[in-house]
Design a binder for this molecule. Structure first.
Ligand code: 13P
Length: 287
């Protein structure tokens, strides 16, 4: 059933585990993640970037596909359909399109503007029963040209945004999107601890889940992280599996590939990756 992410993340925070957010790009990814969540009896969050939303012809298409697929597959675990790194306009569009959760990323605005826009969107989301995530302290990545270390959020700004009524908070603690560079300094647990102490019970979100060593993931969960986003790792295993299939020459004697067979190894690779993460995050059998 599609639900807001609030209850599953409050439970995760209280139970000292984290729920994975896995980004979707198409039907195969969505199906692989839903089936794995059901097999693992784990709650799950399907993340949709604005780019992926556009690729799938719009947020309404995504909401309709996910709702129908959740029903057709007989999924019984809690599933949240969540906008990832929404703009102000994109967040409003997803609230109207039938998403059950949104993230408004106002981290690049001056704090006053982030506060004003987040306040408006918290009200709009809660009015329709959606959960909402906000961000403080930009989380870098290759596309931003950040090398070595992501930004660390100011704990006082985190408190200011948390107090607006957001349901969970993404705060930069040295994490970045994509593959971490060799000179990455690791997560700043000092920052995480300071944020936890200012925001109290609010579930915290760790973006850039790809490539963070397992022991740092476990420590972050012990310090209040209840949602972990993973995208690049799924992309990498999907690409490897697809490449392997093509290189093995499994085509129809020069007449092309059956697209369902072509995508099957990538589908299985995503299922295995999602299962591995659910085990690491401790969300198995928590549905
Ligand atoms: P990665 O691509 O580094 O796994 O990060 C995903 C993410 O944080 C999406 O918001």
């Amino acid at each position: 059933m599609l639900v807001s992410a609030k209850e599953m993340l409050d439970k995760a925070k209280a139970g000292h585990y984290a729920v994975g957010q896995f980004n979707i790009n198409n039907l195969e990814w969505t199906k692989a993640i839903l089936l794995t969540a059901e097999e693992c009896k784990s709650p799950v969050i399907l993340g949709v970037s604005e780019g992926a939303g556009k690729y799938m012809t719009g947020f309404k298409t995504v909401a309709a596909m996910v709702k129908a697929m959740d029903e057709s597959l007989g999924i019984t675990v809690p599933v949240a359909l969540h906008l990832d790194h929404g703009t102000y306009e994109g967040t409003k569009a997803c609230i109207e399109a039938g998403f059950t959760s949104v993230m408004f990323d106002g981290s690049h605005f001056p704090i006053e503007e982030n506060v004003a826009k987040t306040t408006e969107l918290v009200n709009a989301a809660h009015h329709l029963g959606l959960s909402i995530e906000a961000e403080v302290g930009a989380i870098g990545g290759e596309e931003d040209g950040v090398i070595g270390k992501g930004e660390c959020a100011d704990p006082n700004e985190c408190k200011q945004i948390a107090d607006l009524g957001v349901d969970f908070l993404a705060a930069g603690i040295g994490n970045i999107h994509g593959v971490y560079p060799a000179n990455w300094e690791g997560l700043s647990f000092e920052t995480l601890e300071a944020i936890k102490n200012t925001v109290g019970d609010m579930p915290l979100v760790l973006h850039g889940g790809t490539g963070i060593p397992d022991d740092q993931i476990t420590k972050a969960i012990s310090l209040g992280v209840a949602k972990i986003n993973v995208n690049t790792e799924c992309q990498l295993v999907f690409a490897d599996a697809t490449r392997g299939y093509i290189e093995a020459g499994k085509d129809k004697q020069g007449k092309g590939f059956d697209p369902r067979k072509l995508l099957a190894p990538g589908f299985e690779a995503i299922k295995a990756k999602v299962k591995e993460k659910m085990e690491l995050f401790g969300s198995v059998n928590k549905a």
